[in-house]
Write a protein that binds this ligand. Structure first.
Ligand SMILES: [Cu+2]
Length: 420
C-alpha cells in the first residue's frame, strides 16, 4: 500500500460530503439526526481511519450517487476561499484584500483603521448548500483584524443589512461606550447607520469580535463574527516580562526574559522572526440550516471539508480548480494556528491532531504554553488560543485534524495537514 494514499483519502472525504450534501440537498428542513443516521456505519468507519473502501462503503449504496455528485462536488462560488482566509490576514504591506484598511500615526500611537460593513448575503457552506448569512464584508468569518499591542484599532462600521447590528470586541476595553452592546454607547445600529468604534489593542493574544444584538445567538450564528489578533510588543515584553507568563515575577531570570522577547518576536507580524513561522487562522463554526436551534454543518472556516482531500492526479497534485485540498505545510517550518470557537448552540468545540501533540496557549495571552504536549483541546463558545505544532520528525503525508466530537467531524469539521 502506498504510504500516501490520496485516492482513498479523497474517496472518504467525498463519501462523508456526499452524505451531508445529499441529506441536506435543496431540502433544508432535515435535522442533523437524520444526516447522521444517513451516515450510519460508514461515517464512523471512515473516521476510524482503519477502514478500507469496501468496509466504508458497506451498509449504504452510494455507487449511483457519484455521477450526480459530480454536479455539486466543488464549491462553485469563489467569492470566499478558505485557503486564502487561512493564511492571509496580516495588516500592512502583506495585508488582506477583503478589508479596506489604513495604518497611520496619531497622538503617538499607531492607528489601524478597518472598514467593516454588515450585509445580508447568501454563502456556500458545502457544495450546493447555501446559507442566508449576515456577514461582515460579505464573508463568514469576517476579516481577521490584526494589530500590535498598544495600537489603536479604529473600526468604521456601517450596517447595510436588514437587521440592527453592533460589533463587540473581546478586548480589554476601558470605555463602555465602545463595548458594542445594545445598552451602551451608540447601541444597535439600524440599517444604513454607521459608527466608528475605537479600541486599544490589548492584551496581546488571540481574541474575538461579534455582533451583540439580540437575540444574541441568532446574530452570532448567522455569521457576524471574526478574529482579532494582538501581537505582543517585544519592547513591552522586555520591560514587563511577568505580564506574559504565569510564573511569579521573582522567578523570572534575565535569560527567561530574553526567551520571552524572542518568542514575542516570532508572534509579531512586523518582526523578521515572524517570517519563519507558518501562521494560520481557524474559526470553528457551525450552521443551523433549518433554524431549529441545532447545527447541521460544521467547519473550520465555514466550508465543510474544505481542508479535506479533494481530487488529485494520484501524485498529490491537486486538479485545476480544486476547491477542497489539505493544508500543505513544510515539515521544517514551525506551524502556528490561531483558533477561536465561534460555534453557536453547542456549548463546546474541540481541536484534535492525529499522530501529533502540540503546545497550547489559552487566549494567546502568555508567551509560555498553558498546556504542553496535548493532542486535544476544548474551547467553550468565544474561547480561543494559539496552537504550536512541529512536524519536523514526521514522514511526508496526510495527517488528519478535526473536532473530536465525532458528530462535528462527520458533518464537515474534518481536515488534513499534508506534510511535505
Ligand atoms: Cu447582529
Amino acid at each position: 500500500m502506498p504510504r500516501i494514499d490520496y485516492g482513498r483519502a479523497a474517496e472518504i472525504t467525498e463519501q462523508l460530503e456526499n452524505r451531508l450534501v445529499g441529506s441536506l440537498g435543496g431540502e433544508t428542513t432535515v435535522d442533523r439526526r437524520t444526516v447522521l443516521g444517513g451516515l450510519g456505519v460508514a461515517g464512523s468507519a471512515a473516521l476510524g481511519l482503519g477502514s478500507r473502501r469496501s468496509e466504508a462503503s458497506a451498509g449504504h449504496d452510494d455507487s449511483g450517487d457519484h455521477g450526480n455528485f459530480g454536479a455539486v462536488d466543488e464549491y462553485r462560488d469563489t467569492h470566499f476561499d478558505p485557503h486564502e482566509f487561512l493564511t492571509t490576514f496580516n495588516t500592512g504591506a502583506d495585508g488582506q484584500q477583503s478589508v479596506p484598511q489604513r495604518i497611520y500615526e496619531e497622538d503617538g500611537r499607531t492607528v489601524r483603521e478597518f472598514e467593516l460593513t454588515a450585509v445580508d448575503i447568501t454563502i456556500q457552506i458545502a457544495p450546493g448548500i447555501e446559507f442566508e448569512a449576515w456577514a461582515f464584508n460579505g464573508q463568514v468569518p469576517g476579516p481577521t483584524l490584526r494589530a500590535v499591542e498598544g495600537d489603536l484599532i479604529r473600526v468604521e462600521f456601517k450596517n447595510v443589512g436588514a437587521h440592527a447590528h453592533t460589533i463587540h470586541p473581546h478586548l480589554k476595553n476601558v470605555d463602555p461606550a465602545m463595548d458594542g452592546i445594545p445598552q451602551n454607547g451608540p447601541g444597535v445600529l439600524d440599517t444604513d447607520e454607521s459608527f466608528t468604534y475605537e479600541w486599544i489593542a490589548q492584551p496581546a493574544g488571540v481574541h474575538f469580535y461579534h455582533c451583540h444584538s439580540l437575540p444574541l445567538k441568532e446574530h452570532v450564528h448567522r455569521g457576524l463574527y471574526g478574529m482579532i489578533i494582538v501581537d505582543p510588543d517585544p519592547e513591552r515584553v522586555r520591560e514587563n516580562p511577568s505580564d506574559y507568563v504565569t510564573d511569579h515575577p521573582s522567578q523570572i531570570t534575565p535569560a527567561m526574559t530574553d526567551d520571552l522577547v524572542a518568542e514575542a518576536e516570532t508572534r509579531n507580524h512586523e518582526s523578521a522572526a515572524n517570517d519563519d513561522v507558518n501562521e494560520m487562522v481557524m474559526v470553528m463554526n457551525g450552521f443551523d440550516t433549518n433554524f431549529d436551534g441545532e447545527n447541521e454543518v460544521y467547519a473550520a472556516n465555514t466550508r465543510a471539508f474544505a481542508y479535506g482531500v479533494g481530487k488529485t492526479d494520484a501524485k498529490g497534485n491537486w486538479e485545476a480548480g480544486e476547491t477542497k485540498r489539505p493544508i500543505q505545510i513544510d515539515r521544517n517550518e514551525r506551524q502556528r494556528v490561531y483558533l477561536v470557537n465561534a460555534t453557536e448552540f453547542d456549548p463546546i468545540n474541540s481541536f484534535h491532531t492525529h499522530s501529533q501533540f502540540f503546545d497550547y496557549y489559552d487566549h494567546g495571552t502568555t508567551l509560555t504554553a498553558t498546556k504542553q504536549t496535548v493532542d486535544t483541546i476544548i474551547q467553550a463558545q468565544a474561547q480561543r488560543g494559539i496552537i504550536e505544532l512541529d512536524y519536523s520528525d514526521h514522514q511526508p503525508g496526510l495527517y488528519m485534524f478535526h473536532a473530536h466530537q465525532s458528530e462535528f467531524a462527520e458533518l464537515g469539521w474534518m481536515s488534513f495537514f499534508e506534510v511535505v
